[in-house]
Design a binder for this molecule. Structure first.
Ligand code: NAP
Length: 276
């Protein structure tokens, strides 16, 4: 039996066991994928236990995405650039390799839903500068976006991302108070803040001056159509919902742990099952 899982604190809310459970059935693999709650003060000892139990790897969620890096023997370039690890493999000698698949998830979902997108054709605006924003910023820069604009309530955090990722492309900060004055050549506007999520206030933004061809993407997926996406739909923008990012980021880990020849597929049916 091949074992993998997701570690976090808390972790009960995670949709990852349902995603991987669906794929394990689909492939007919004798494997398991479970949630493992690890309190921060018990972190290292519990990771060692998982290795001893024969885990092939795990996903990592809040609050362990940064402290897991100290236990990894190798960290890939993407995870280093983003500064966080969300996927870990364990080799036959118990050595850990850390990856970050959030940027892959963000970009794959975008390309799947808006296949005509041409990253070299314009600029993108990311709203937010938290952990998710870093992954999205890295992904867009690697795809060759002409220019990346960042805006965040706390400007300093956007400045830190711009500094850390400056070797990957052109980044400019827009003041939070000027967030409705959109650059003319935007091909993508993406919300990476928690605003718009159930139980959170809506993102306060007015899309009136945004060019109508600009794709509006929200990585929040509960609700699926956030107030931002509802406004974008009303104004006739192409939109991308956030659930596909969650599904796509899970694909590389599944292939690495369970040894499939290809990555599992994401489908509209899977999106529906996971949202239920
Ligand atoms: P995080 O590191 O805590 O960052 C939160 C961001 O939201 C910061 O930019 C923060 O601004 C901003 N924010 C929060 N409350 C705000 C408010 N009242 N007004 C203005 N800005 C506010 O969180 P994260 O890990 O980046 O996650 C952000 C969201 O993305 C969450 O909802 C998460 O569920 C979602 N997410 C989705 C996926 C997916 O697969 N679809 C993957 C990862 C994350 P300040 O810096 O000013 O505090």
């Amino acid at each position: 039996m091949i074992k993998a899982g997701v570690i976090g604190y808390p972790v009960k809310h995670s949709k990852s066991p349902r995603i991987h459970g669906t794929w394990l059935k689909e492939y007919g693999i004798n494997g398991s994928y479970e949630s493992v709650e690890i309190a921060p003060d018990n972190f290292e000892a519990t990771i060692k236990e998982l290795i001893t139990e024969g885990y092939k790897g795990f996903n990592v969620t809040i609050p362990h995405k940064i402290n897991i890096m100290t236990l990894c023997d190798t960290i890939d370039e993407t995870a280093k650039a983003i500064g966080a690890v969300n996927t870990v493999t364990v080799d036959e000698n118990g050595k850990l390799t850390g990856y970050n698949t959030d940027s892959f998830g963000f970009i794959e979902n975008l390309k799947e839903k808006q296949p005509a997108i041409n990253f070299n054709n314009g600029s993108a605006l990311l709203i937010g500068a938290g952990g998710a924003a870093r992954a999205c910023a890295y992904g867009l820069l690697k795809e060759g976006i002409k220019k990346l604009y960042l805006t965040n309530r706390t400007r300093q955090k956007a400045e830190t991302i711009a500094e850390d990722l400056k070797s990957y492309g052109d980044i400019e900060i827009i003041n939070w108070d000027n967030r409705n004055a959109f650059p003319e050549d935007l091909i993508l506007l993406a919300n990476t803040t928690a605003l718009g999520m159930e139980g959170q206030p809506s993102l306060d933004i007015d899309l009136s001056n945004l060019n109508r061809n600009c794709i509006v993407y929200d990585i929040v997926y509960a609700p699926l159509i956030t107030p931002l996406l509802a406004q974008a739909q009303d104004k006739g923008h192409p939109i991308v919902t956030g659930i596909g990012m969650l599904l796509h980021q899970a694909r590389p880990g599944f292939q690495k742990w369970f040894g499939t020849s290809d990555m599992p597929k994401v489908s509209a049916e899977l999106e529906e099952v996971i949202l239920r």
